[in-house]
Write a new protein. Structure first.
Length: 88
């Protein structure tokens, strides 16, 4: 039995030798920024919301009407505020 096991161990391949890879490269600025915000999908959503917010704040309603091809009607919920001050 020992002879069979010795022959089997002699025929086993040698384990791979692990080489020293060296220092792991550090992530750059964009990689660290993505890690802070939770990865690429979260950063993409944040960027989209920022661009939409800037566009919405910059364009006036008439410009938005020109871009969308529709007209924005203004709704007056309280055309006259006098009913707030009257009694009865």
């Amino acid at each position: 039995m020992e002879r069979v096991l010795a022959d089997a161990l002699a025929l086993q391949p040698a384990p791979p030798s692990y080489r020293n890879v060296g220092a792991v490269p550090q992530p750059g600025l964009l990689g660290r920024l993505m890690a802070v915000f939770g990865g690429a999908p979260a950063l993409a959503g944040l960027g989209t919301a920022a661009v939409f917010g800037l566009a919405l704040g910059y364009y006036s309603p008439t410009t938005m009407d020109y871009l969308t091809g529709a007209t924005a009607d203004t709704a007056e919920f309280f055309p006259e505020a006098d009913f707030l001050t009257t009694e009865g």
